[in-house]
Design a protein around this ligand. Structure first.
Ligand SMILES: [Zn+2]
Length: 364
């Protein structure tokens, strides 16, 4: 029996804005400054969907913890890998939709918050980052500031859409190469994708790069097998994106890596997330148990709200506002190559919000 849990959140904020949430912006930025100073360059950052909303990547959940798209049913891991005719249909459906849904994720640009977070890393204030996002935007931002940044300084808890691998041998390739392979095998779908590109009428993309299509027959869609298997002359295995699906467990390497990172950190800075996934919540729980100072800057209710006042402080604000204010001040009074890198790109973040998101920014 496969146990599937799709997390939901309470509909009413457990903690009304109070305390540090009410600080005016300059004081909020000073609060962050003190927090980072006490961390002595060993603070770790944890992020979620809230930081990517301004890049047009929609959060799973809106302000009140409900799914921002009530009709959205994510593909479940056991369906995707099922070795049967039914599994085969699930894979055709998944890859057809994902083929059309990927370009907007591929083309998304880092927003100011991604740049600010990369700046904290590059300045050595918080060198390591754990993210629940699969959109590759933290890497895009960091590589702007520093093309040769240390790739191991970003840990993607739920994987990345930028890569795929085959199930049997874990042969890894870039999503762009696999996307081209799909184009070649499916000229009709390729035309559809080009048309969407040309008209700008792209279908609504969900955060895992999936789109919703109605009244479509997926039987004609060809899912390319693993090319590396073919090259090595072994039975070609099915290909899956490097993302953790609902009902799938994260690999022991990623799980242990994230837990070890929390253990070796001096403090934890949580930005733009409701912590609805257990793999992220568990990290906060560990930080509380280890008595690491924790500052959370995010809007709306979160799964970690019961920790407020028990080792965690929560600022109910848009994380980017506080980070931007802090960094503007910080770079004024500092010098060095890293500071120059940061100054050059600090205000290059691009805001391109999805059309359906209105009002206060959503968190995920
Ligand atoms: Zn393979």
């Amino acid at each position: 029996m496969v146990r599937i849990s799709i997390p939901t959140l309470p509909k009413v904020p457990l903690v009304p804005p109070s305390g540090i949430s009410l600080l005016p912006l300059p004081e909020a930025a000073s609060y962050l400054s003190n927090f980072l100073e006490k961390g002595k360059g060993k603070t770790t950052i944890l992020t979620g969907a809230g930081v990517s909303v301004d890049s047009g990547i929609r959060a799973y959940r809106g302000e009140k913890g409900t799914y921002s798209n009530p009709n959205y049913k994510p593909i479940l891991y056991h369906e995707l890998v099922e070795d049967s005719e039914r599994g085969d249909m699930f894979r055709r459906r998944y890859w057809a939709r994902s083929f059309l849904g990927y370009p907007p994720v591929r083309d998304a640009q880092p927003n100011p918050t991604h740049i600010y977070i990369a700046a904290l890393q590059h300045l050595g204030l918080a060198p390591n980052l754990i993210t629940q996002n699969v959109d590759n935007l933290h890497r895009k931002a960091y590589s702007l500031l520093s093309p040769n940044y240390d790739e191991s300084s970003i840990l993607e808890l739920h994987g990345t859409l930028a890569k795929v691998h085959c199930l049997k041998h874990r042969h890894e390739q870039t999503r762009d190469i696999y996307q081209d392979e799909i184009s070649r095998l499916n000229p009709v779908w390729d035309n559809e994708a080009k048309e969407a590109e040309r008209t700008g009428r792209r279908p609504r993309t969900n955060p895992d790069g999936d789109v919703e299509l109605h009244g479509v027959d997926y039987r004609s869609f060809e899912v390319p097998p693993c090319k590396i298997c073919e090259k090595e002359k072994v039975k070609a295995s099915m290909v899956k994106p490097n993302v953790v699906f609902f009902g799938e467990t994260i690999t022991p390497t990623v799980r242990d890596g994230s837990l070890n990172l929390i253990e070796s950190s001096s403090s934890l800075l949580i930005l733009g997330t409701s912590l609805a996934t257990y793999s992220a919540f568990r990290l906060v729980k560990l930080a509380v148990e280890l008595k690491k100072p924790i500052l959370m800057i995010t809007t709306g209710p979160t799964r970690a709200d019961p920790f407020v006042g028990k080792g965690m402080n929560k600022m109910d604000r848009v994380a980017g506002d506080v980070l931007g204010k802090y960094l503007d001040e910080a770079v004024k009074t500092s010098t060095g190559k890293e500071v120059e890198d940061v100054k050059r790109y600090l205000h290059t973040g691009v805001v391109k919000r999805p059309p359906e998101v209105e009002g206060p920014r959503a968190e995920g």
